[in-house]
Write a protein that binds this ligand. Structure first.
Ligand code: APR
Ligand code: PHB
Length: 390
């Protein structure tokens, strides 16, 4: 087979890039290791920056999102003994965020790819990138034991943290930066009304908690838990009890509980690999970087990579200019590191760390109170939360 851009990974990054390029007459093939059902079974975050929303519109896949999503102008932070305050993003920055689940984003992208007759190959095994540092790269893979080969001009490595793309870049060229946090997030999805109109980020002495949502009757909650816990340790009842103890009493009284329809534990990690380009291979999204979920930057950082790569490839294929692809890695990383900083800052601000001293706790409390009382500090948070410009 032959294509202009071979895209490895059919998550949101790969699908969005494929859809955007297809609309501009650039041919792609997407290779996905799992099935569509498997990819759509993964529950991820649900906060979209304006930049992401605009990309979905440009890709022509925003109809359902525009209909079913919810605009959020701010968020609530709670701490200490039932203290809480709001941060109004819209008043501080003129921008808001949109609540729409990543699962729905991915579903809309798959539907659009199918409608446009885009090629997505599922169940691929042994994906291997060849000669990425030459003018003639190719990708080989197998499906059900049969071997295939795609010759292409470029390869987009959109295959997530555990993919093959990053590993293809020689170790002596690659530098990886990583921070692991000593806790995880236990998440529960339940068909219950959200506890509040806005998200609540709760820093309690028992650990962090987050109240989020998907729609009027679908809520998403998280609590910080030891990384050694497994979901078998957490009955629904135990989860709800623990959540109630971490959020403001008024919210706990209002909370409607119900059976969990999904429950999972995710570790928290900050990770960046540099550079994000090697020859004709470009890394995008989770293949190149991971943020802890505090701040909801995972999907949004993937989107900014896609924005830069899409425009770089357009320039190359339409104008014969390589400036856009040549600056891809530097531009993408410059924005990524700022999102890394923000996610790290919010994680440090709101979680309990096992080795935290009384002094450390006072520092956290002072910083939260400063944020509560200082408009400039709120402005910094709001600008980052709604998303830095591309
Ligand atoms: N060959 C083909 N596909 C692969 C391979 C491989 N060797 N390895 C992994 N994949 C697929 C995975 O099955 C997955 O569907 O690549 C896809 C990568 O998707 P994501 O992990 O969702 O990554 P990305 O598309 O960059 O999306 C970023 O997802 O993980 C969240 O926090 C993250 O919200 C962010 C978003
Ligand atoms: C979610 O709704 O899943 C969510 C929201 C905000 C976050 C993380 C996750 O910071």
């Amino acid at each position: 087979m032959k294509t202009q851009v071979a895209i490895i990974g059919g998550g949101p990054s790969g699908l969005l890039l494929s859809q955007l390029l297809h609309k501009k007459g650039i041919d792609t093939i997407v290779l996905e290791r799992k099935t569509r059902e498997y990819v759509l079974g993964r529950i991820r975050a649900g906060i979209l920056e304006v930049g992401f929303v605009n990309l979905m519109r440009e890709a022509g896949v925003s109809a359902r999102m525009d209909r079913e999503s919810f605009v959020h102008d701010g968020t609530i932070i709670s701490y200490g003994d039932n203290e809480q305050f709001g941060i109004n993003f819209n008043e501080l920055t003129g921008k808001s965020v949109v609540v729409y689940g990543q699962t729905e984003v991915t579903r809309d992208l798959y539907d659009a790819r199918e409608e446009m007759g885009g090629t997505v190959v599922f169940n691929v095994e042994d994906t291997t990138i060849h000669d990425a540092d030459s003018e003639n790269p190719h990708v080989s893979y197998s499906v059900g034991g049969e071997q295939f080969r795609i010759d292409c001009e470029f390869i987009a490595g959109c295959d997530g943290f555990h993919g093959v793309s990053r590993q293809t870049i020689p170790a002596e060229v690659r530098k990886e930066y990583e921070k692991l946090y000593p806790f995880g997030w236990l998440g529960v999805l339940s068909e219950t009304p959200p506890v509040d109109d806005e998200l609540i980020y709760a820093s309690s002495e028992r650990g962090f908690a987050l109240c989020s949502m998907r729609n009027e009757n679908l809520s998403r909650y998280y609590i910080q838990c030891p990384i050694t816990d497994s979901i078998a340790d957490w009955s629904d009842e135990a989860f709800w009890e623990e959540l109630k103890r971490r959020i403001p009493a008024t919210a706990a009284d209002r909370l409607v509980t119900g059976p969990s329809i999904e429950k999972s534990i995710a570790p928290l990690r900050s990770f960046v690999t540099e550079p994000m380009r090697w020859g004709r291979l470009f890394l995008c999204g989770d293949a190149a970087h991971i943020v802890p979920p505090t701040g909801a930057k995972g999907l949004n950082t993937a989107a900014s990579d896609i924005h830069y790569l899409y425009h770089g490839l357009l320039q190359y294929f339409h104008d014969g200019e390589s400036a856009g692809i040549d600056t891809y890695s530097a531009k993408a990383l410059s924005r990524i590191w700022k999102a890394e900083r923000f996610s790290w800052w919010m994680t440090n601000l709101l979680h309990r760390f096992p080795d935290q001293s009384d002094f450390d706790l006072k520092m956290q409390q002072a910083e939260i109170e400063f944020l509560r009382s200082n408009r400039e500090a709120q402005c910094v948070m709001a600008q980052n939360y709604v998303g830095l410009p591309y």
